[in-house]
Design a protein around this ligand. Sequence first.
Ligand code: AHR
Length: 336
Amino acid sequence: MKKRFLTSMALAGAAAFALTACSSDGGDTGSSGDASGDTGGGGGGDTIVVGFAQTGSESGWRSANTESMKAAFSEENGFELVFNAADNDTAAQIAAVRGFISQGVDAIVIAPIVEDGWDDVLQEAKDAGIPVILEDRTVSAAADLYAAWIGLDFEAEGTKAGEWAAAEFGDTETKMVVLEGTTGSAPANDRATGFDAAIEGTMIEKIDSQTGDFTRDGGKSVMEGFIQNYGVDNIDLVYAHNDDMALGAIEAIEAAGATPGEDIKIISIDAVHDGMQALVDGKINYIVECNPLLGDLVAAAVTGVVNGDSVEAVQYVEDLAFDQAAAEAALPDRKY
Ligand code: AHR
């Protein structure tokens, strides 16, 4: 287990990273602002040019996260956002970051698809004097290669999900299958760790676990395989690392003639609108939230780092958890 967040300390961004003036054209990236000539310089009223390397568009959570980031990094807020979505391809995401470095953006924000493999490109950004802020997912690289990380406690999410499963099903023989997130990603790793520890010593038996890549189609096809291999009557519980995969599993369970939420119980993570609706409808039994609305915090951190202010290096956003009654009460006011 990598030690990523041992301390929560403040970094003076400008002390660690020199400012870099820039423009924002080029490559396969898309810009939400104009690549005007007077960008760069970071702070002091100038536009801050930010390259954002998003994972892709794999889930409802991801769409909400992208929207939150685009709203926060708007022209009105003093930013020019150069946006890239890597379609869940790690090499493409690293190439996008290299593109931001050669464009000389003021700051780079990354939602890293996987934890490993970031050391070289983060070092290149540091050498170029461009601060990097991580959002959502974490990396295994040394913490001095980036200025701040803002996101969720994925292990705690897994623990909450596992504790609920243990309380509900732990005393009965329960055959569970797991729909894992993207292999090597922080949420897949940490949600597994938290859940597994919480169900240890209970009568819940994990009979299979495979990746559905955080997508609805992936969740559906992996669940179809589980049903084919074990039989729909021999699966009692699905733990899905996100709502989209749970929604795909619901389709597979219904196609096999069983009732999701009754014949096969489902626990998932995210609490996006479609997942919450399925919980209200009784097709999912419990959801742990993963809040995607990180844009304002990330934008504040970028501004702070670029302006040389003190910025909290590790910022956790709190998550809730919902059973059916809580989902019914919360759904009308959900923002995503
Ligand atoms: O990193 C957060 C995870 O990524 C969300 O739980 C999932 O839906 C998304 O794809």
